[in-house]
Design a protein around this ligand. Structure first.
Ligand code: C2E
Ligand code: MG
Ligand code: MG
Ligand code: MG
Length: 291
C-alpha cells in the first residue's frame, strides 16, 4: 500500500485500485482485531433543517490503524462486505451507536441517530429481529434509530430484502435511502422500498450552484420525493450558496461541512449542547467592505 499524509499530518492509507490480495487479507485480519480491541470508533455528523433544528445525527465509522493511519471507510467497508465480516462490523456499529444514544438520552439530549447498513446486513436472516432486540436492550425507542440503506439492497433477492425492511419498519425503525441517484433505475426502487427519507448524493449537490443540469436533477428529485411523501436530505453541503439553493428548491434538511463534519462523541455532545433550543445558525456572511 501507499501512505500519504492528510492535512492533520496523520497518515492516510491508500490502496492500489487493483489486485492487492495479500494486502487486503492483511487489512481484513487487522479489522477483525481492531473491532475486538474497540479500535474502531464512531463519529457523528448532524443533519439540520433549514430553520436550524437538528433533525438527527449520522454515525460514520472511523478506523485509525496503528501503522497505516486512517483507513477510509469506503476502503475497509468494501473488504468487510466481500469477506463476510460485514455483519460483525454492523453489530459493532449498532451496539456502539445505541449505547451512545442511550447515554445522550440520559443527559436529556434526544436526537435520532442514523446508522449505515450494507446490503449484506439486510440479507442476513433475523436482522430485523436482532435490531429490535438490541433497541430493547438499550432501552432506546425505535423512533430514535434510522437505518440508511442504498438501492443495492435490491440487487440480490429483492423479496427477502423487502421482507427484512418491512420487519424493521414494523418495529418502528425509520429507513432512509442513501446516495440517491447513483444506483440503477432509481424510480422503480423508490416505489418498492419502505423508506421515509431520501438522501441526494453529494455528486449532485457539489456543483449545484454552478451546474444547471445538476440543479435540475436536484429540483426534480426533491419534487418527486415530496410527491411520494418522503423527506429530502442533501449530502455534502459545503458552502452558503449551495445551502441557499437547496432551501429555495424546497429540500428539507442538509448535511455537510458547512454545518459540521463528523465529530467524535464528546465533541458531538458539546456541539449539541451549544446549539440548545436555538439550533444551528448559519455563520453571518462577511459584510462587504464599505466603499
Ligand atoms: P455516506 O453514508 O454517503 O456518508 C457520507 C460521506 O460523505 C461520509 O464519508 C462523510 O464524512 C462525507 N461528507 C460529509 N459531509 C461532506 C462534505 O460536505 N463534503 C465532502 N466532500 N464529504 C462529506 P465517510 O465517513 O468517508 O464514509 C464513506 C461511506 O462509507 C459512507 O457514505 C457510507 O456509505 C460508508 N460508511 C460509513 N460508516 C459506515 C458504517 O458504519 N457502516 C456501513 N455499512 N457503511 C458505512
Ligand atoms: Mg449514509
Ligand atoms: Mg450518503
Ligand atoms: Mg454518498
Amino acid at each position: 500500500y501507499q501512505a500519504k499524509r492528510d492535512r492533520t499530518g496523520v497518515e492516510v492509507y491508500e490502496s492500489k485500485r487493483d489486485s492487492n490480495t495479500p494486502d487486503r487479507l492483511g487489512l481484513l485480519g487487522d479489522l477483525r482485531r481492531a473491532l475486538d480491541a474497540h479500535e474502531v470508533q464512531l463519529h457523528y455528523q448532524p443533519k439540520v433543517r433549514f430553520d436550524g433544528q437538528v433533525a438527527g445525527l449520522e454515525a460514520l465509522v472511523r478506523w485509525v490503524h496503528p501503522e497505516r493511519g486512517k483507513v477510509p471507510p469506503d476502503e475497509f467497508i468494501a473488504i468487510a462486505e466481500s469477506s463476510g465480516l460485514m455483519p460483525y462490523l454492523t453489530e459493532y456499529v449498532l451496539e456502539t451507536a445505541l449505547g451512545q444514544v442511550a447515554k445522550w438520552r440520559a443527559q436529556g439530549l434526544h436526537v435520532p441517530v442514523a446508522v449505515n447498513v450494507s446490503p449484506r446486513d439486510v440479507h442476513t436472516p433475523g436482522f430485523a429481529g436482532s435490531v429490535a432486540a438490541r433497541l430493547a436492550r438499550h432501552g432506546v425507542p425505535a423512533g430514535a434509530l434510522q437505518l440508511e440503506i442504498t438501492e443495492h439492497v435490491l440487487l440480490e433477492d429483492p423479496q427477502r430484502a423487502a421482507d427484512t425492511l418491512a420487519g424493521l419498519t414494523g418495529h418502528g425503525v425509520k429507513m432512509s435511502l442513501d446516495d440517491f441517484g447513483t444506483g440503477y433505475s432509481s424510480l422503480v426502487h423508490l416505489r418498492r422500498l419502505p423508506v421515509s427519507e431520501l438522501k441526494i448524493d453529494r455528486s449532485f449537490v457539489a456543483r449545484l450552484a454552478v451546474d444547471t443540469e445538476d440543479a435540475e436533477i436536484v429540483r426534480c428529485t426533491v419534487d418527486l420525493a415530496h410527491s411520494l411523501g418522503l423527506l429530502v436530505v442533501a449530502e455534502g453541503v459545503e458552502d452558503d450558496e449551495t445551502w441557499e439553493r437547496l432551501r429555495d428548491l424546497g429540500c428539507d434538511a442538509v448535511q455537510g461541512w458547512l454545518v459540521a463534519a463528523a465529530m467524535p462523541p464528546e465533541e458531538t455532545t458539546a456541539w449539541l449542547r451549544a446549539r440548545g433550543s436555538r439550533g444551528w445558525q448559519r455563520p453571518r456572511a462577511a459584510l462587504p467592505a464599505a466603499a
